[in-house]
Design a protein around this ligand. Sequence first.
Ligand code: THG
Length: 262
Amino acid sequence: MLVIGEKINGMYKAVGKAIQEKNKETIQKLAKDQVAAGADYLDVNTGPSSANPVEAMEWLVDTIQEVTDTPLCLDTTKPEVMEAGLRKCKEKAMINSTPGQQEKLDVFLPLAAKYNASIIGLAMDEKGIPRDAAGRAEIALRIVAAAMEKGINPEDLYIDPLILPVNVAQTTAGQVLESLRQFKLLSDPPPKTVLGLSNVSQGTKYRELINRTYLVMAQACALDAAIIDPLDNELMDAMITAELLLNKNIYCDAFLKAYRKK
Ligand code: THG
């Protein structure tokens, strides 16, 4: 599983404040802590309230890269913010994300090609998120075809079926598992799959329990990558154990320790 650390997101009050006040220590600690806990990528999102998101993205990328070489997953819907971040990335970046409508694909796929970045395609378009798995697969196929046309390596394409909070959209959890399986049938080689896991538990009481239960279920349905909180130890333990049970790692008594030492 590719672990994308979710914590550097202006949606968190403390992070939004740190961005506003250009407080490097807070951001750099989050970067180092997530990497130490096993993050392969760090999500970078300036948050909804940033007055100058281009400047905020540039500052975040520079600030994080001062303390780690871990590659970054630039999380913005704005092409100008995305490109500002991509220009600054020293390692191979991930574009998070493009929705499935042609006008957006025409903007974001060329950015992926230009900066040799991987890219997340969302199973949504101008009409929103489809209600069922078939609707999600239709949009995913459009994204896969457009990416192929632009010469994007299938290894670099991640499709996100978009999980919603279970307290307001209870049928979505099952539909998304179905989508993860279906996405693997869209092309050969297939695209990779990704989820923004914590969405599933927003507004619920047992957030950590819901997150780790759903992560394990999604892993059994061909999930390749997840935007998660790597500082949640029980979540990481569940993820590592699921990898073992799916035969992705060889068993030893100290399998949790062994995974973390990798
Ligand atoms: N798919 C893709 N990218 C994504 C998402 C996705 N990026 C953003 C998001 N979804 C994934 N990241 C988060 C980060 C934090 C939370 C949820 C998802 C979260 N935050 C607390 C909350 O809202 O309750 C913030 C609380 C606080 O202020 O401290 O839950 O689906 N491709």
